[in-house]
Design a protein around this ligand. Structure first.
Ligand code: NAD
Ligand code: MG
Length: 397
């Protein structure tokens, strides 16, 4: 058996997936890719398979699998091609991986990420929606599996780096941590007059000032639902009450987040807005490896600004705080309604300002409950999606 770290990438054709392969490409002596997955981008996945020669590749449906098999056969690549949601779990459990990069966007990533947690893999968590939906269930699965959980979201990766090394072994002791400060760029509409927000287009919403990302997270960054999901993510990852998690608008995206301690210290992690830094840290932890990222030059910075977010401008952030405080299935409902609303917005079927309206109506329309087994979570997710579709239809008629 090879002594290299064997990596499965769930969502390898996306923004996080391709950045992960970029870091791996620079360290062939250290990492081996054993499985890659994508929904539909067959050509890109074929190129990745030709370069990295994984044992397994998974796509969304039979016709994509047929096309991928043909492309690989033409290049004499012997990767096994599978398709469908069950096959995503095979990519985790049957690929002989020891590390799983969870980089599928949205709820579709929940089951394979949960399988990785239960199986004791090192889980590199980019797919925040999976943790937001399943919260305690996911953290318990990680605990039982015994693998390491490395946050890839830049803010959580920053906080992980700013916490004492022994923090994750006994988070309930708090180790002098008073508050977590999550930074947010404020997105492309930080200064847009409120009266103009109703007319913004998907293209404008996806043009993030500092980060290049997938479409869904770009829209979430514009509405700040992304930061709301990250507050819930931080709650589960670090075990601090929601009240101790603060959001700060920091337009330069240089300070990726901070920890405030009881002795007056504030520890920040800084760097370029480049996801290869947290990805490299997650892959190599506790070591550090070259990530291909430009060094940060402090003398070229003109300022580092921090302000509190305006909740009138960012109602999705308030809704996420509401769901986080409600607990139970509320975060799963919030997430599902948001996924449907964002997809409708990207499809030009819903206005930008209506995204929060849909989420609010669904969140307030579903009875909160405290039980959250996997069945409960999947049921709440499905119910919230149906209700969100109904709300959108009513808004359109
Ligand atoms: P993306 O849209 O660029 O890529 C998503 C990947 O998931 C693609 O490979 C796609 O084929 C796959 N996928 C999509 N739907 C699927 C489905 N139903 N079944 C199976 N696979 C599916 O997204 P991204 O920007 O790379 O984000 C991925 C995750 O990482 C998200 O949860 C996002 O919130 C998180 N994240 C991203 C960034 C970033 O900089 N892009 C930063 C922090 C966190
Ligand atoms: Mg983030």
């Amino acid at each position: 058996m090879s002594s290299k770290q064997r990596v499965t990438i769930l969502g390898s054709t996306g923004s996080i997936g391709t950045n992960t392969l970029d870091v791996i490409r620079a360290h062939p002596e250290r990492f081996e890719v054993v499985a890659l997955t994508a929904a539909k981008q067959v050509e890109r996945l074929a190129e990745q398979c030709i370069e990295f020669k994984p044992r397994l590749a998974v796509v969304g449906d039979a016709s994509s699998a047929k096309k991928l098999s043909e492309l690989l056969l033409a290049k004499q690549i012997s990767t096994t091609v599978l398709y469908g949601s069950e096959a995503l779990i095979s990519a985790v459990l049957e690929s002989d991986c020891d590390t799983v990069m969870a980089a599928i966007v949205g709820a579709a990533g929940l089951l394979p990420t949960l399988a990785a947690a239960k199986a004791g893999k090192r889980v590199l968590l980019a797919n925040k929606e999976a943790l937001v939906m399943s919260g305690k269930l996911f953290m318990d699965a990680m605990h039982e599996g015994g693998g390491a959980l490395l946050p890839i979201d830049s803010e959580h990766n920053a906080i992980f780096q700013c916490l004492p090394v022994h923090f994750s072994k006994s988070p309930s002791l708090h180790h002098g941590v008073e508050e977590l400060w999550l930074t947010a760029s404020g997105g492309p509409f930080r200064n847009t007059p409120l009266t103009e927000l109703g007319q913004v287009t998907p293209e404008q919403a996806c043009a993030h000032p500092n980060w290049v990302m997938g479409k869904k997270i770009s829209v979430d960054s514009a509405t700040m639902m992304n930061k709301g999901l990250e507050v819930i993510e931080a709650y589960w990852l670090f075990g601090l009450p929601i009240e101790k998690i603060q959001v700060l608008i920091h337009p330069q995206s240089v300070v990726h987040s901070m920890v405030r301690y009881c002795d007056g210290s504030v520890i920040a992690q800084m760097g370029q807005p480049d996801m290869r830094t947290p990805i490299a840290y997650g892959l190599a932890w506790p070591d550090r490896i070259v990530a291909g990222v430009e060094p940060l030059s402090l003398t070229q910075l003109t300022a580092l600004n921090f302000t509190e977010p305006d909740l009138l401008r960012f109602p999705c952030l308030s809704l996420a705080f509401q769901a986080g405080k409600q607990g139970g299935l509320a975060p799963a409902v919030l997430n599902a309604a948001n996924e449907i609303a964002v997809a409708a917005f990207l499809d030009n079927a819903l206005g930008y300002s209506q995204i929060s309206e849909v989420v609010e109506r669904v969140l307030n329309g579903i009875e909160p409950t405290v039980t959250s087994s996997l069945e409960d979570i999947l049921e709440a997710d499905a119910k919230a999606r149906t209700m969100a579709v109904d709300v959108i239809q009513r808004l359109r008629s």
